[in-house]
Structures are given as structure tokens and as C-alpha cells.
Write a new protein. Structure first.
Length: 182
């Protein structure tokens, strides 16, 4: 691990994201964009894309326990101490080098995945006899969707800004699997 962190700090390319993580990420992006901006809410394609998104998250959670080193939650779980140290370093203009997810990035990832699962559940519940036509559930589902889109936008903006601050091309890394200097 020290060698990989040193390589990132020295600006050398470092393999980080495995194929599963990258396919998961961009497939989930596609699902969210389709359901938010293309597909008609409540229609069968919208529901099925939502179920695919939830299934992707379930698979990613499993991968978080058995996947490659930097895909595992144990590699990046955002503990309060890690979050505090990361935020303090950013505020002082001395960003820390992380091979995998940074603590704030990990927190965002977990929040986004939780929102996708909550959307899948509330969307599914709307089709059950018990909750059919419940306006509060529909409002909750729409509120969760708006929150997901807002946080996803913040996530994308943070990846761009942190790429500049840290000198590592994070967007390209999610495409290629390799962190490289900017």
C-alpha cells in the first residue's frame, strides 16, 4: 500500500479500479440518466431500469466484500477519523493522496448507493396492493430521485475539482482503471 500511495504522490500511473467497478459505475450512471431524463415515470421501461440499478448496487455491495483490493469497503470505509483528516487536509490546501476512494468520495458513493436502493424499494412498493396510489410514497420516491440527481451532480463536480486539487485525473481513472497525473 505504501508503494501505491507513494506512486500516486509522485505522479506515476497506478492501477486502481477493476473492470467490475468501472462497468458498475457507468452502468449506474446510464440507469439514473435514463430514468430521470428519458423514460416516462411509472411505465414499464422506467421500472425495469430502476430494478437494474438496484441490482447493480446489490452486486456492488457484494463486490465490496469480495472484490479487488481498492473495491473493498475495508480499503476505503469512511470512518469519522478518516473523514476528519481528509476534510482538514482539503481545508488547509494540502490534499492527501488516496489510491482508492478518498473518505469523502467513499461517503458520497455510499450515499448514492443507498439512494438508489431506496428508490428501487419505493418504486416497487408503489406497484403493490398495499401502497397502490399512496401519494406520500410517490412524493417520497420523487424526493429521493431529486436528491440522487443533486448528489450525483455534486459527485461529478467534486471529481472535476478534486482532480485539479490533487493533480490526478479522477474521471479518466474511472474510464481506464488507472490513476494518472493530470
Amino acid at each position: 500500500m505504501k508503494t501505491a500511495v507513494q506512486a500516486v504522490m509522485q505522479g506515476r500511473p497506478v492501477p486502481v479500479w477493476d473492470r467490475f467497478v468501472r462497468v458498475f459505475h457507468w452502468s449506474l450512471v446510464a440507469c439514473v440518466l435514463l430514468n430521470q431524463f428519458v423514460l416516462e415515470e411509472g411505465e414499464a421501461p422506467h421500472r425495469w431500469v430502476g430494478y437494474v440499478a438496484a441490482a447493480l448496487v446489490v452486486a456492488r455491495v457484494a463486490w465490496g466484500f469480495v472484490g479487488s483490493r481498492h473495491a473493498r469497503f475495508s480499503d476505503f470505509f469512511p470512518t469519522p477519523a478518516r473523514l476528519r483528516d481528509h476534510a482538514a487536509a482539503l481545508l488547509h490546501g494540502r490534499p492527501l493522496a488516496y489510491v482508492g476512494h478518498s473518505p469523502l468520495g467513499a461517503l458520497m458513493m455510499l450515499a448514492l448507493m443507498a439512494l438508489v436502493l431506496a428508490l428501487g424499494l419505493t418504486g416497487w412498493l408503489q406497484g403493490t396492493d398495499l401502497f397502490w396510489g399512496e401519494e406520500w410514497l410517490e412524493a417520497l420516491h420523487e424526493g429521493l430521485a431529486g436528491t440522487l440527481v443533486g448528489l450525483a451532480g455534486l459527485h461529478a463536480l467534486a471529481a472535476i475539482v478534486l482532480s485539479r486539487l490533487e493533480g490526478v485525473d479522477l474521471v479518466r481513472a474511472m474510464l481506464t482503471g488507472v490513476k494518472r497525473p493530470r
